[in-house]
Design a protein around this ligand. Structure first.
Ligand code: TXA
Ligand code: MG
Length: 344
């Protein structure tokens, strides 16, 4: 299949959305930017077309897709909403939050992988919004990566993974956040965070009485017999390199990384980069480093792979606020292992 590539801002964007909206409505696959990561979109009403998404990604068929809507009220067409949903929507939508609700019959089971619930997300990225409006239907979309690879945060990442497998790619440049949306299961006044993102537990507590974090968020081996979110049981986000999450601060981290030989890479801050002796350094701005690390993490994984890095090291982040999203992606990329250097 020849994949059409559209770059936003290089000509008539309106025409791009019209064309791609038509492709979606007719059952084709279009990758598009959101404020989190790129999505691989398909008509959420088309039970016939949805399996093509799973095929293009090589995604296990028991992992449900999120349904993207243009406005929070459009959830009415696909899910049974409630008052708390609208309170959350008022505060966090459009934006990087996905709310799991009971699904309506309009959503085929191909989308929800057989579940009676559906994830609703209203993206704030203008291109995602326009595409949904032009399609005239809700868009079911997972991240636009090959299953098991880091989520794509640039149009180029998408082309690398999906060229020849899908109908079109809309390139809108780098995604703002760089990690996927916060996914919550909503039960009355309470919610459980199934996947942490830029909307934090603390944020959610402004609207809800009680917000818990699913144990698998911090400990990927804790998924239990029946994970609440099927996606949590798969190894995700991983570079091909061995990713080592190192529990050491300051000089101890630097010493540890410098003690390793070979094709070693490190994720560090700009100001400390010259202290590392390894051949590959991926650094982020010293100020607001959590946001920066989230923004760059998946791109860094891909870059390290291109560079031929065999061992990639990063400091173990904290697990509060927005750092929980980083912690979750990193611990999963590290296969659940934390490396503690020997103390001398
Ligand atoms: O930021 C995002 O959410 C991006 C952009 C494209 O919107 N999408 C994304 O989709 O990350 P995906 O498919 O890569 O991840 C969706 C996650 C999976 O872990 C899946 O298991 C979970 O949400 N999920 C979806 N529907 C669910 C449901 N009904 N019940 C429980 N978990 C669900
Ligand atoms: Mg994904």
């Amino acid at each position: 299949m020849k994949t059409k590539y559209y770059k936003l801002g290089s000509g008539d964007d309106r025409e791009i959305f019209r064309e791609c909206g038509k492709i979606i409505r007719r059952g084709g696959l279009v990758a598009f930017p959101t404020e989190t990561v790129y999505g691989l979109g398909v008509n959420a009403y088309s039970g016939e077309s949805v399996p093509k998404v799973f095929e293009a990604k090589g995604r296990p068929s028991d992992n449900p897709l999120i349904v993207h809507v243009a406005y929070p009220d459009d959830a009415e067409a696909v899910a049974y909403t409630n008052e708390k949903y609208y309170e959350l929507a008022e505060r966090f939508m459009p934006g990087p939050l996905t709310v799991i609700l009971p699904k309506k019959d309009t959503v085929p089971y191909e989308v929800t992988a057989g579940l009676d619930s559906v994830g609703i997300r209203c993206p704030s990225h203008k291109a995602a919004h326009e595409l949904i409006l032009d399609a005239g239907v809700p868009i079911a979309a997972p991240s636009a990566n090959v299953s098991g690879r880091p989520s794509p945060t640039t149009g180029e990442h998408v082309m690398r993974d999906m060229n020849g497998k899908i109908d079109a790619v809309i390139d809108g440049g780098e995604c703002y956040f760089g990690v996927e949306s916060t996914v919550i299961a909503l039960h009355g006044n309470s919610a459980e965070i199934l996947r942490p993102g830029a909307v934090t537990r603390e944020d959610l507590l402004e609207v809800l009485d009680n917000v818990t974090v699913n144990p698998a968020v911090k400990d990927p081996s804790a998924s239990g017999a029946r994970p609440a979110s099927p996606g949590m049981k798969y190894k995700h986000y991983a570079p091909r390199a061995e990713f080592r999450l190192v529990d050491a601060e300051g000089d101890a981290f630097i010493e540890y990384v410098n003690s390793l030989d070979g094709d070693v890479g490190v994720i560090c801050l700009d100001g400390e980069a010259e202290k590392f002796s390894c051949p590959f350094k991926y650094h982020v701005k010293d100020g607001d480093s959590v946001r920066e690390l989230c923004h760059k993490l998946f791109g860094t994984f891909r870059e390290a792979d291109d560079d031929g890095v065999k061992t990639l090291c990063a400091r173990l982040p904290g697990d509060g606020g927005e750092e929980l999203a980083l912690y979750n992606r990193m611990i999963r990329a590290a296969g659940g292992r934390i490396t503690v250097p020997d103390k001398r």
